[in-house]
Design a protein. Sequence first.
Length: 132
Amino acid sequence: TQSPGDYVITAGNSIVMDCKSMTQNINFPPLAPASTGYLVNVGGAPITFLQTPGAVPTPPYTVTTPGPYLVTCAAAGASFTVGAGAFNVTVAAGAIALTATAGAFSALCAAGAMTLTAGPTMKLTAGSIFLN
């Protein structure tokens, strides 16, 4: 049923939905529902806040997938800020590739040491390489 007003669902404990797919269009033109999965279309900035539920420690934001996890950013780029702790990337099998097709690539350690370790070979190629 479609209503020009609000549709509010309130539960004291949980809301359970059992379905093959779910589509949410928020400020977005209606689309055909997905055949499977969870599809959310947002015409605007989606913002997610994870809040500490009482005495429970801050919950992690976890994405677990058997396939690839893809993020595509248009003209504005991507930004990651870690307020405290570490930013870790671990690849169990395969390579890490960081490519800047235009502009510079910068890695800065404001405090502490930077370690570059390679197995058999480390290759540095540039017009000029300055060490110390």
